[in-house]
Design a protein around this ligand. Structure first.
Ligand code: ZN
Length: 433
C-alpha cells in the first residue's frame, strides 16, 4: 500500500480564510497532506487540478427530496446526483415532503433506510416540529436528526401542519433541553392566509405582495422572542430580504443564538423573472426586486448571512403548469447553487471565493456540528472536495439536470463557474463530461 491513495496536483485551494496553491494528498478518505509538490509513489492516483479551484464540498442544509411517498417528485438517487453535479457532498433533508413525514421515529427510519441505500453523497435528516408531536422529539433526537423544522405558515403539505404559537413555545423548550436547534420557515400564517384570499390575478407582483416582507418580519420577531424566553437555538431559513436580517442581528447582539439562511433564487431572481418564467420561479417567501437582491449580497459581503441553502423543493412538471395561484410553491435549483454564487457573487459583485466557501460549507458545518471533519480543507478532515473551473462559461440546459423532473428557473441562463469533479471522502461521485 502506498502512502497516499489520491493526490490532487496544482489546484488553488479555497479556504475559509483565503486561497493557497498546493497539492492535496488523500489517504483512507481523509486529507493526509497539503503541501506544494507532494511526492507521489506509484500507487497513488493523480488528479490534475491545474487551472482549477478546489472548494470544500458544499453542505446544502435545505433540500426537499420527497422520498418515500412522493418519489415521483424527487428521490434520493436523482436528488443526490444533482447535488454531486453541483459540488455538494452533504445535504440535510427537510421533514415534510415525504410520506410518512419525519415527525416520529417511524417516519425517520422509513426515510433513513432509503436515503442510506440510494444517496450518492452524505446526508442528515431534519425532524419535524408539528402540533401533537411534542412527545416524539426526544426519540427523533436520539435517532440523530440534525435539528427540527417548523412552519409558522401553511407548509403546502397536508400531513405537516404549521406549528401554532403554543406548539412552537413548548417545542422550543424541549429542543433547548435536548441542545438541538429549531429551523423555522418564518412567514406569518395570518397575514399570508388573509392576503392570499384576495389574490386573483395571475401576476407575480400580486403574488409577491400577498406574502410581504412585513409578514416575514412579524414571524421572525415572534420566534426571536420565543428563542429569548426558551433559550432555544434557532435557524431562520430562506429570508427574502435584508430587512428581515435587522431583528436577527439585533437579537444576536443580545446573545440570542440565531443563524440565518438565504437561497440562490433570492440572490438572482426577481418578480420580473416570476412574471416571465411563470410558476417554475414560484416559491415562498416569494421573489422580490433588484433592490432586495443587492441588500442580500451586501449582507453576504459583510458576513451577516451565515448559510446558503438551495431550498430545492421539486414537484411534478404538471404541478408547475397552469395558474400561478394554484401551482406548487417551490423552486428546483440545487444543482446550480455554486454556479449562481460564482456568476452573481464572485464575477459580478467581487465577493471573495473564501466567503463563498464559508457560506456554502464552513458555516453550515460549524453551525450543525460537522466541523472540522467537514466544511474545510485541512489535514485530518474528510476529503469532501469539489474541483471547479471558475471561468468556464456554460449555458444550463434541461439535459444537464439530474433531477427527476428536469425543470429549473435557471435553464437557459449562462454562468461562469462549472463543477468539474466532486469527491466524497476521496471517492469521485461526479465527473463532468
Ligand atoms: Zn424549504
Amino acid at each position: 500500500m502506498g502512502q497516499y491513495d489520491v493526490v490532487i496536483k496544482g489546484g488553488m485551494i479555497v479556504l475559509e480564510t483565503g486561497e493557497i496553491q498546493a497539492d492535496i494528498a488523500i489517504k483512507d478518505g481523509k486529507i493526509a497532506n497539503i503541501a506544494t509538490d507532494i511526492d507521489i509513489d506509484n500507487d497513488a492516483q493523480i488528479i490534475s487540478a491545474s487551472g482549477l479551484h478546489v472548494f470544500p464540498g458544499l453542505i446544502d442544509t435545505h433540500v426537499h427530496f420527497n422520498e418515500p411517498g412522493r418519489t415521483e417528485w424527487e428521490g434520493f438517487a436523482t436528488g443526490s446526483k444533482s447535488l454531486a453535479a453541483g459540488g455538494v457532498t452533504t445535504f440535510f433533508d427537510m421533514p415534510l415532503n415525504s410520506h410518512p413525514p419525519t415527525v416520529n421515529k417511524y417516519g425517520f427510519e422509513a426515510k433513513d433506510m432509503l436515503a442510506n441505500e440510494k444517496s450518492l453523497v452524505d446526508y442528515k435528516l431534519w425532524g419535524g416540529l408539528v402540533p401533537q408531536n411534542l412527545s416524539e422529539l426526544e426519540e427523533l433526537h436520539a435517532c440523530g436528526v440534525i435539528g427540527f423544522k417548523a412552519f409558522m405558515s401553511n407548509s403546502g403539505i397536508e400531513d405537516f401542519e404549521a406549528a401554532d404559537d403554543k406548539t412552537l413555545f413548548a417545542g422550543m423548550k424541549k429542543i433547548a433541553a435536548l441542545d438541538s436547534i429549531l429551523a423555522v420557515h418564518a412567514e406569518s400564517d395570518v397575514i399570508t392566509e388573509e392576503l392570499s384570499k384576495m389574490l386573483g390575478a395571475e401576476d407575480g407582483g400580486a403574488f409577491s405582495a400577498s406574502r410581504p416582507i412585513y409578514s416575514e418580519l412579524e414571524a421572525v420577531n415572534r420566534i426571536l422572542s420565543y428563542a429569548e424566553a426558551t433559550n432555544c437555538k434557532v435557524h431562520i431559513v430562506h429570508i427574502s430580504s435584508s430587512e428581515v436580517l435587522q431583528p436577527i442581528l439585533a437579537a444576536r447582539r443580545k446573545g440570542i443564538n440565531v443563524s440565518v439562511e438565504t437561497c440562490p433564487h433570492y440572490l438572482s431572481l426577481t418578480v420580473d423573472d416570476l412574471n416571465q418564467l411563470g410558476a417554475v420561479a414560484k416559491c415562498a417567501p416569494p421573489l422580490r426586486n433588484n433592490q432586495e437582491i443587492e441588500g442580500l449580497w451586501k449582507a453576504i459581503e459583510e458576513g451577516a448571512i451565515d448559510i446558503i441553502g438551495s431550498d430545492h423543493s421539486p414537484s411534478l412538471v404538471e404541478m408547475k403548469q397552469g395558474s400561478l395561484k394554484e401551482a406548487w410553491g417551490g423552486i428546483s435549483g440545487c444543482q446550480s447553487t455554486l454556479s449562481i454564487l460564482l456568476e452573481e457573487g464572485y464575477w459580478k459583485r467581487g465577493i471573495p471565493l473564501s466567503v463563498i466557501a464559508r457560506i456554502t460549507s464552513t458555516n453550515p458545518a460549524k453551525r450543525f456540528g460537522l466541523y472540522p471533519n467537514k466544511g474545510n480543507i485541512t489535514v485530518g478532515s474528510a476529503a469532501d472536495l469539489c474541483l471547479v473551473n471558475i471561468s468556464e462559461k456554460y449555458t444550463l440546459t434541461k439535459e444537464d439536470l439530474y433531477y427527476r423532473n428536469t425543470q429549473s428557473p435557471y435553464i437557459g441562463k449562462t454562468f461562469r463557474g462549472k463543477v468539474k469533479q466532486t469527491m466524497l471522502r476521496g471517492r469521485t461521485v461526479f465527473q463532468d463530461k
